[in-house]
Design a protein around this ligand. Structure first.
Ligand code: FEC
Length: 318
């Protein structure tokens, strides 16, 4: 008898087409439609990125598929079949659709995980809240992975990403200790700090662990991609940090966006286009670490934390 465990794999979501950008943006803005100017500006950013207009969709599809494969292979002694469902925050299939699909397939026990390693009540917390509410209404018992920012295999794979680019700097004439490593993540409104939110500390812990393992002494953490709202967001922003580094005569910079796991707009536009353009203006040489996407090492991190959570479920054999 094999027990079935559902895995709700949650990710940010991206539009399916340029026509879908308005509805997507309106969803992000909690039902408030963007102005024509804001909409045009976002569409222009999507059109500018390399690797397809909406690469996040394909990347998330691959991650979900690869995770299901990783979960169902190579663990003898476990009489469990894992079934992965996608649940997106701002696009179809929404988080609620994923839970509904599980319930329709007769799944009563499930684990939820977000494709983002660091917890904030304003990021992972909102995914979990929506999934939990739908699961309760649908009769699915769910446990959630909240964060995995110090998982040893995650630190290993991110350290390898940083070292690979430091090697490349070295091959092209820069000494490793001349390169400033800039770890970054999506900014959030400053008010999360007053709420005792763990987001910033978790990001600093990941950065420190990678720097130690990679033997990097010249590093700092900076924010990126802050929202365009009136309230203050966590800073400094990467663009200001680059300006400061330019003034301090730093010549080589490695960007390591550890808060993201996929190639998408915030990496391919905000870093590869916007930050890169500023770096050239400032005469800085800027490289970026490769995204994890569906790297088997990342799939191994996810499957390990999902299995650990699944062991807390009361799974009946069917
Ligand atoms: O490639 C793509 O299509 C999607 C790229 C994308 C990712 C992403 C991740 C995070 N966000 C987080 C927080 C916020 C908050 C607001 C906000 C706004 C946007 C907008 C776009 C967008 N985000 Fe995003 N985010 C991505 C894309 N994000 C587009 C709207 C235009 C703009 O501001 O640029 C502000 C909402 C508001 O107006 O109130 C807050 C966080 C993450 C990382 C964790 C996660 O993946 O969930 C946190 C990818």
């Amino acid at each position: 008898m094999t027990a079935k465990i559902g895995v709700l794999v949650m990710s940010y979501g991206t539009p399916e087409s340029l026509e879908g950008v308005e509805a997507y943006y309106t969803h992000i803005r909690r039902g408030n439609a963007p102005s024509a100017e804001q909409l045009k500006e976002l569409k222009d950013r999507y059109e500018a990125i390399v690797g397809g207009v909406f690469p996040l969709r394909e990347n998330t599809d691959r991650q979900v598929e690869a995770l299901q494969e990783a979960l169902n292979s190579g663990h003898s002694g476990e009489d469990v079949q894992y079934m992965c469902y996608q649940g997106l925050k701002h696009a179809h299939p929404f988080i609620e659709d994923g839970v509904e699909a599980m319930a329709r397939d007769g799944i009563t026990q499930a684990v939820g995980i977000v494709l983002a390693p660091h917890y904030s009540v304003m990021s992972v917390g909102t995914y979990i809240k929506r999934a939990r509410e739908k699961a309760e209404a649908s009769g699915v018992n769910m446990e959630f992975v909240e964060s995995y920012h110090l998982h040893p295999e995650l630190i290993d794979v991110l350290t390898r990403r940083v070292s690979a680019k430091l090697d490349l700097f070295e091959e092209t004439g820069a000494a490793r200790d001349e390169v400033r490593v800039l770890f970054s993540a999506h900014s959030l409104p400053e008010r999360i700090l007053a709420m005792g939110d763990p987001y910033r500390d978790q990001l600093l812990e990941t950065s420190k662990a990678i720097a130690e393992q990679a033997g990097v002494t010249s590093w700092q953490f900076t924010w990126q991609s802050a929202g365009r709202t009136a309230e203050p967001w966590l800073g400094p922003d990467i663009l200001d940090t680059l300006r400061e580094l330019g003034e301090a005569q730093v010549k080589y910079v490695l960007s390591a966006p550890i808060g993201f796991v996929s190639d998408h707009l915030e990496v391919l536009y905000d870093l590869d286009i916007e930050a890169q353009a500023l770096a050239s203006e400032l005469d800085l040489r800027l490289m970026r670490t490769d995204s994890l996407n569906s790297d088997p090492a990342y799939m191994s991190v996810l499957s390990d934390v999902v299995r650990t959570k699944a062991s807390q479920l009361k799974v009946s054999q069917s």
